[in-house]
Design a protein around this ligand. Structure first.
Ligand code: M6R
Length: 611
C-alpha cells in the first residue's frame, strides 16, 4: 500500500529517491515525503498529493541540501490519520535527529504514545507510525541497528521500516514484520525499498528481508540480524525484470500496456510447461510426485479481488477436469472460519504481488494445519511465494497498473495447467489431455485476436460510458469472468457494476433494470449459451440496453439486436481468458472516456499489505 525507498552511496540521494517514489506511486498514495541525512542535520520534506508535489519542494530546496547522498522516502496511503502534510512520512523524533518511514500498522501505538507523552514527548501527527521515531530515539545508545531492534521489541503489529539518523550519516536501518522490505545491492551504493519496482533501474541483485529481521545498510555493507542481535546469512537473489517492463513506453497507461502485453505474458507463463508427448503439463515448482498428486483429496483456493476471481475459474477446472472437490475462500475469511484441512489437502494461495496481507495470513494458517501449500504468484521471491515453499510462478513480468489484467489471464492459465496435471494423474486420458494442452498453447494467439479488435471495443465503450450502473452476467466459468469484468469497470471508472450468475438476476436484481441500466452478458458459444440467450431476452423485455460478448458469426446473439463484442471461438475452459481481455479493454475505454485516472484509481492501492 504505502511505498518505501531509501538510498545510501556517493550520488545525490534526492533524485534517486524521487525516481523510486514515482515507480512506487502505483501502490497507492495520498502524500509523500523524504528525509535527507547530512551530518549537520536531517532535511525533511513532505507534501500532500502526488509525488510531483514533493518534487516541486525538492526543486525549491537549497542546492546544498539536495547534495545529500543518503536518505529515506515514502508514499503514503492513509490508514491512521487523514492525508495531511503532518501525517505524511517521514516522521521525526523530538530532537529531529531520527527519521522513520513505515508501512504497516502499529497496533499498540496508543499505549506507547501515552507512555511517551507522559515522559514529555510531543507528537506532531495523528499516525500510529510516529511512535517509532520517538521509541528509537529513546533506545538509542550510539548504534542505530541496536536501537531499532530494541524499539521493535516493544511494538506489536506490522512494519516495513526504514530509519536514518544524523548521528550516523550514510547509514540506513531497515526492519520487517508483515510488510515487505527488500535491499538492492549496488557498487559502492545500496538501496532499500518496499518493492523491487523501485530498484530495478539501479540493480537486479536484491536481498529480501524476512519477518523479524533488522538490517544495517551503508554504501559498502549490508548486515542482517534478528531482533535478538544474532547475525543472519542471506544470499542475494537475481531479478530478471528489466527497466522497460516497469515503464509505460508508448502507452498512455500501464493498464493498457499490460492488457496488450498479454500474448507475451501468456507465452511466458506457458513456455516449457506443456508436454505434448504425454498430454499433460510440467510444473516443477509444485514439487509433488505423481503419488503425492494422486493423494490430494481436496483443494482449497484462497485469494482476494482479481486473484480470487481467477481462483473461482480454477474451481471449475479442478472439479471438471481433475474430479477433485474444490472450494474458493476469500483469503481474509480463511483463518477466521477455521477451515477443514484434511491430510494432503492442497491449499492454493493466489496472489499477483505475493504480499497481500490476507492471503499471506491464509498461507500461514494453511501451513499450520498441515496443508500442501502451493502458491500461484507473479513476483518472484515475494513473501507468499517464499513461505509457501512450492508453487508456480506466472512469469508475467511486473504488473504496475492498479487494475490487475495480465495477472488474471496468467493465473487462469496456470490453474488450467495445474488441473491438466492433476487430471492426467487421475481420470483424464492422454488424448483428452493432449487436446487440452493444444488449446492452452493457442492462448497467446487467441488473446492477440481480441486485441486486434480493440478499436471496435473502444467504439462500443464510448457509447456505454454514459451509464452509471451495469450488471455483468455469465454462467459456468464465465460467471467468475463476469465478476472480474465488473470489478475492472468499477475500480477504474467508478461506475457501479455488479457481476451475477445469469440465473440469479431474476431472483432479485432484475427489479433494477430499465433503459438506464445496461447488462453485459457473456454469451460465448459454450454450454449454457441457450440459457444466457433466454436471460438476455428477459433483460431486453425490461428495456435494459444489452451488450453481449459473443463469438464471430453467432447469429443467435446478434438476432436479439444487442450490441456485440466479438471474441474468438474457444472451448469453455479457454473462454474466460479471451473474454476477460475483452472486458479489460471495455473497462479501460469506459474509464478513459469518463476522464478517470486509470493507473491510480482513487482510494485503491496495488498491494494491500494491511488486513
Ligand atoms: O497481489 P494480489 O493478487 O494478492 O492482489 C489481490 C487484490 O488486491 C487485487 O487483485 C485487486 O483486486 C486488484 N486491484 C484488482 O484489479
Amino acid at each position: 500500500m504505502c511505498g518505501i525507498v531509501g538510498f545510501t552511496g556517493s550520488a545525490p540521494a534526492a533524485g534517486i529517491l524521487l525516481d523510486g517514489l514515482k515507480r512506487l506511486e502505483y501502490r497507492g498514495y495520498d502524500s509523500s515525503g523524504m528525509a535527507l541525512n547530512r551530518p549537520e542535520g536531517l532535511l525533511c520534506l513532505r507534501a500532500v498529493g502526488k509525488v510531483c508535489k514533493l518534487a516541486e519542494k525538492v526543486a525549491a530546496a537549497p542546492e546544498e541540501l539536495r547534495r545529500s547522498c543518503c536518505g529515506i522516502a515514502h508514499t503514503r496511503w492513509a490508514t491512521h490519520g487523514a492525508p495531511l502534510e503532518r501525517n505524511a512520512h517521514p516522521h521525526l523524533d523530538q530532537s529531529r535527529r531520527f527519521a522513520i518511514v513505515h508501512n504497516g500498522i502499529i497496533e499498540n501505538y496508543q499505549a506507547l504514545r501515552k507512555r511517551l507523552t507522559e515522559k514529555g514527548c510531543e507528537f506532531s501527527s495523528d499516525t500510529d507510525s510516529e511512535v517509532l521515531a520517538h521509541l528509537i530515539a529513546e533506545t538509542y545508545r550510539g548504534d542505530l541497528l541496536a536501537a531499532v531492534a530494541a524499539a521493535l521489541k516493544q511494538v506489536s503489529g506490522t512494519y516495513g521500516l526504514a530509519v536514518t539518523t544524523s548521528l550516523e550519516p550514510g547509514r540506513i536501518v531497515v526492519a520487517r514484520r508483515g510488510s515487505p522490505l527488500v535491499i538492492g545491492l549496488g557498487d559502492g551504493e545500496n538501496y532499500v525499498a518496499s518493492d523491487v519496482a523501485a530498484l530495478i533501474a539501479h540493480t537486479r541483485q536484491v536481498i529480501y528481508l524476512t519477518d523479524g529481521e533488522v538490517a544495517s545498510v551503508t554504501p559498502e555493507h549490508v548486515e542482517i540480524r534478528d531482533l535478538d542481535n544474532l547475525p543472519v546469512e542471506r544470499e542475494a537473489t537475481g531479478i530478471d525484470w528489466d527497466v522497460s517492463q516497469a515503464e509505460k513506453g508508448e502507452y498512455p497507461h500501464f493498464m493498457l500496456k499490460e492488457i496488450f502485453e498479454q500474448p507475451d505474458a501468456l507465452a511466458n507463463t506457458i513456455r516449457g510447461r506443456l508436454d505434448f508427448e504425454m498430454g499433460t503439463s510440467i510444473l516443477n515448482g509444485m514439487n509433488l510426485s505423481p503419488r503425492d498428486l494422486a493423494a490430494i483429496p481436496r483443494i482449497v483456493i484462497a485469494g482476494c479481488g482479481t486473484s480470487m476471481h481467477a481462483g473461482m475459474v480454477g474451481e471449475y477446472y479442478f472439479e471438471d477436469i481433475a474430479g477433485i472437490p474444490t472450494r474458493v475462500e476469500q483469503a481474509a475469511e480463511f483463518r477466521y472460519r477455521n477451515p477443514i484441512i484434511e491430510p494432503n489437502t492442497m491449499v492454493i494461495p493466489i496472489s499477483q504481488s505475493g504480499e497481500t496481507a490476507d492471503t499471506l495470513a491464509a498461507v500461514r494458517e494453511a501451513a499450520a494445519k498441515g496443508a500442501l501449500v502451493t502458491a500461484i504468484c507473479n513476483v518472484v521471491g515475494s513473501t507468499i511465494a517464499r513461505e509457501s515453499g512450492r508453487g508456480v510462478y506466472l512469469h508475467a513480468g511486473p504488473e504496475i497498473g492498479v487494475a490487475s489484467t495480465k495477472a488474471f489471464s496468467c493465473q487462469v492459465a496456470v490453474l488450467l495447467m495445474m488441473a491438466l496435471l492433476l487430471g492426467r494423474n487421475r481420470r483424464l486420458s492422454r488424448t483428452e489431455g493432449l487436446a487440452l494442452a493444444e488449446e492452452i498453447a493457442k492462448l497467446p494467439e487467441l488473446v492477440r485476436q481480441v486485441l486486434d479488435r480493440a478499436d471496435s471495443i473502444r467504439d462500443i465503450a464510448r457509447r456505454f460510458a454514459q451509464y452509471d450502473n451495469f450488471f455483468y452476467i455469465g454462467r459456468g466459468c464465465l460467471h467468475p469472468t463476469a465478476l472480474e469484468g465488473a470489478l475492472k469497470l468499477k475500480e477504474i471508472s467508478y461506475v457501479h457494476a455488479e457481476g451475477y450468475h445469469a440465473a440469479e438476476l431474476k431472483h432479485g436484481p432484475i427489479s433494477l433494470l430499465d433503459e438506464r441500466h445496461p447488462v453485459l452478458a457473456l454469451a460465448n458459444d459454450i454450454p449454457g449459451k441457450d440459457k444466457i440467450i433466454g436471460n438476455i431476452q428477459e433483460c431486453i423485455a425490461r428495456r435494459a440496453p444489452v451488450l453481449a460478448v459473443a463469438n464471430p458469426g453467432d447469429a443467435g446473439v446478434r438476432d436479439l439486436g444487442c450490441d456485440v463484442i466479438e471474441v474468438p471461438r474457444s472451448s469453455r475452459f479457454i473462454a474466460p481468458i479471451p473474454t476477460a481481455v475483452a472486458l479489460q479493454l471495455f473497462a479501460y475505454y469506459v474509464a478513459a472516456e469518463r476522464g478517470c485516472e486509470i493507473d491510480q484509481p482513487r482510494n485503491l492501492a496495488k498491494s494491500v499489505t494491511v488486513e
